[in-house]
Design a protein around this ligand. Structure first.
Ligand code: NAP
Ligand code: G3H
Length: 504
């Protein structure tokens, strides 16, 4: 598959056999550390490739190069930048199948979902180009406040922040890197990407794609290496002007603690709750809950991570969810099994620990609780109580707890007690009631009769509490990656607008 991309792209400069290089100043290089990170397929342990374990000196170099190329990138017009993004989108679509295949191998995502992640990113690039072209400044008279007049005029336009450091998670290695790169570039910034180590190969292709699309060398640089080794250095580097991070709340909080006064965009973990009321369409709700909880084996920040059903419908709902869960395919991501491997055996151990804790404390196993290597069968737990870890912790695996509640008030209370605040769901045909509850939930987004999800990508996407800082989404990301620049014109006696008005 790599050969297929190389054939279409007419280039094999990214690698020596399966050893991938990192991308700096428009060239592909090996780390002088001599060290590499081996990426194994989480389904069968086969080696997918190795990436460079770059050093601190190399981290310094990519950032310095990004800084040096800010000016040349800013000499281009918005339209020229938009054209590059659009060309990149076209290439992504052309390469979607082989790129998706590589991603499937490195993170165990079902092949169809991996390919659609590449196509989603292409659409995001196109939409970001369009949104960037819509950006306009504004002119404001000073006469809203006493003591000021129309003689004082502010002109506001947006300028880039500088070098944006983009760090993404393993579960969307291409899309959650692209959703940072595109707005950063469109806003006129240069970029340093640090991909997740497990999932580092597919984002490296942004180098090739954007270069082919006409991006000048040094505007985008991609450094691979362990976050634990080079992460703090990158975040704290004085030439980095902003950090855009998606990953766990633990790493996000750590980044916030070391970043100083740099602007941050943090998209972190979640524990999204589905409140199911008596007036819900249960068949539809069960379908949505199963797909929301188990696609990519629950390894999504927005996965349905707990269900809070009302007493009148709980038994029927759990039965429906059980039937649909037992129908899920389990196995090889290449064959598009819904439930594939978790990213590592360490993660499986963690998920198993949550299940064991719940069972020891008296929850009821509805189905699942079986493991084979990194495959974990989708597991439903009933009668979960707030004393159990699974009520609060994010499994990032195929486990769904049902916490039966007595009232909507109790559901709101349990929802809000979570340290997370990404999204919430309400299932009911009583839209007035749903709207009332939605206003009480302490989350970034509430979905009514739908699963929690990030897309479509021009919607605002944000988390409260430990789920994040700042707002993502095409126009919101462009805004977050730029700042207003204000020039105030103080008119002299001769040019006073108030005087001119007298002649009208
Ligand atoms: P993670 O372990 O926090 O890693 C995320 C990224 O941070 C990786 O690239 C990692 O590099 C890097 N990193 C680690 N230590 C660092 C440091 N000290 N400084 C800078 N970077 C550092 O998260 P993950 O396991 O990949 O992803 C799963 C988590 O992400 C879940 O909690 C999920 O909910 C969350 N997530 C949230 C969203 C959202 O939009 N809200 C989206 C997707 C995922 P290495 O890989 O080299 O360690
Ligand atoms: O894993 C977190 C992602 O931001 C979720 O995106 O809702 O499109 O699956 P998604």
């Amino acid at each position: 598959m790599i050969e297929e991309i190389e054939k279409i792209s007419n280039s094999s400069i990214m690698r020596d056999n399966l050893d991938f290089k990192y991308y700096v100043s428009g060239t592909w290089e090996k780390s002088s550390s001599g060290k590499t990170i081996t990426i194994k397929n989480p389904y069968n342990d086969e080696i997918v490739g190795t990436v460079q374990a770059c050093s601190i000196e190399e981290a310094n170099r990519v950032i310095t190069v990004a800084k040096e190329n800010l000016e040349c990138w800013n000499e281009l017009t918005q339209r020229e930048r938009a054209d590059i993004l659009r060309k990149a989108a076209t290439l992504m679509k052309e390469w979607a199948n082989p790129l998706g295949y590589i991603m499937m191998k490195e993170i165990g995502k079902p092949l169809k979902s991996a390919i659609s992640e590449i196509n989603r990113t292409a659409e995001l690039f196109e939409a970001t180009a369009e949104a960037g072209l819509q950006q306009e400044g504004e002119t404001i008279y000073g006469d809203t406040f006493k003591g000021f007049s129309k003689d004082k005029i502010s002109m506001t336009y947006r300028v880039p922040l500088g070098v944006i450091l983009c760090i993404g998670p393993f579960n969307y290695p291409f899309n959650l890197t692209g959703s940072k790169i595109a707005p950063a570039l469109m806003a006129g910034n240069t970029v340093v990407v640090k991909p997740p180590s497990q999932g580092a190969i597919s984002p490296l292709f942004f180098g090739l794609i954007l270069e082919k699309a006409g991006l000048p060398p040094g505007v985008l640089n991609i450094i691979t290496g362990k976050g634990s080794e080079i992460g703090d250095y990158l975040v704290q580097h004085p030439l980095v002007n902003m950090v855009s991070f998606t990953g766990s709340s633990e790493t996000g909080k750590h980044i916030a603690s070391v970043a100083g006064m740099k602007p941050l965009l943090l998209e972190l973990g979640g524990k999204d709750a589905a409140i199911v009321l008596d007036a819900a369409n249960l068949e539809l709700t069960a379908d949505i809950i199963v797909s929301g909880a188990f696609s990519y084996s629950g390894q999504r920040c927005t996965a349905v991570k707990r269900v809070l059903p009302m007493p009148g419908i709980a038994d029927q709902l759990i039965e429906l969810v059980k039937t649909k869960t037992l129908n899920l395919s389990i196995g090889n991501p290449e064959e598009n099994a819904t439930i594939g491997p978790l990213i590592s055996s360490k993660q499986c151990d963690y998920v198993q620990g949550l299940v064991d804790d719940a069972l020891e404390k008296g929850s009821t196993l509805v189905c699942g609780n079986k493991r084979q290597n990194n495959l974990m069968w989708p597991t439903l737990l009933d009668n979960v109580t707030t004393e159990m870890r699974i009520a609060w912790e994010e499994p990032f695996g195929p486990v769904l707890p049902f916490i039966r509640v007595k009232s909507a008030e109790e559901a709101i209370e349990i929802s809000n007690k979570s340290e997370y605040g990404l999204q919430g769901m309400i299932f009911t045909e009583n839209i007035d009631l749903a709207f009332n509850i939605a206003q009480e939930l302490e989350v970034g987004t509430v979905q009514i009769n739908g699963k929690s999800e990030r897309g479509p990508d021009h919607f605002p996407f944000l988390g409260t509490k430990s789920s994040g800082l700042g707002t993502q989404g095409i126009k919101y990301s462009i805004e977050a990656m730029s700042r207003p620049k204000v020039i105030v014109l103080n008119l002299s006696e001769k040019g006073k607008l108030t005087k001119l008005c007298k002649y009208d």
